[in-house]
Design a protein around this ligand. Sequence first.
Ligand code: CU
Length: 159
Amino acid sequence: MNTRTTRTLAAALSLAAVLAISGCSGDSKPEMTVSGAFMPQPVNDKMAGGFMVIKNDSAAADKLTGAASPLSDDLQIHETKDQKMQQVQSMDVPANGELKLERGGNHIMFMGLKSTPKVGDKVTVELRFEKAGTVKVELDVKERTYTGQDPASTAGNGH
Ligand code: CU
């Protein structure tokens, strides 16, 4: 048995293990997964709402700090309190948790639209997070009454 080769091999293996661990812990940037993004067809070109579920798959808490879109130069983050909506500077996306933007609650508000999207259109939005950076999503424009709980949209996805 050649002990010298064995030792060299052991040293190489432990070095590889150290590299794997440091590579993992260095990756602290949160990963956001957005699902069910939609915009109810706006009544006119004054304003529109954007809704979605933002999932944080990392162990680091983050914040949604803003958004941008070709549809409007003025995107705001709104929360709804006592049935009145108000602008906030940021919204928390908890570690291993999610931020729900849903009708009657938190939402993205598009002010002063450059056009009036119709059902079937898509609206591009760039979400900005404090740590995760920019995440691009496409909102499907839906009927005005759509709430995001369309059972047909989840049918046939393999479950
Ligand atoms: Cu609003």
